[in-house]
Design a protein around this ligand. Sequence first.
Ligand code: HEC
Length: 96
Amino acid sequence: MKKAILGIAFVVMLCLVGSSSRAQNAANREKTFKAKCAACHGPDAAGKPVMKSPSIKGKTADEIQKVTSTSPKHVALKSLTADQMKEVAAYLATLK
Ligand code: HEC
């Protein structure tokens, strides 16, 4: 009986650890987007007419890579790593 309780406690613990690291990843993605993109594209990525920036909701890592290597508006983002672009793309994919 004791073993069963311990077993259940262990599984519950694993679930908790798993879900909190997923939440952590999501928070990191949002943080990268807010730090690097939100000033121009808006807090919800919908674009900002004053900045002449379009909505970037749902943009992929490839599209982000392309724009950061070709658009003069994005020269400051040349230092973004491929991982950071993937992070931002993953965040943009969650926006509607
Ligand atoms: C300095 C302001 C600025 C920042 C910061 C910025 N952008 Fe942009 N972005 C623009 C403007 C202006 C355009 C439209 C003109 C152009 O592409 O140069 C644009 C266009 C884009 C496009 C092309 C959209 C389309 O439909 O063609 C993508 C993708 C994009 N940005 C992604 C990003 C991402 C991702 C970040 C953050 C990592 C970011 N931008 C940060 C100003 C900015």
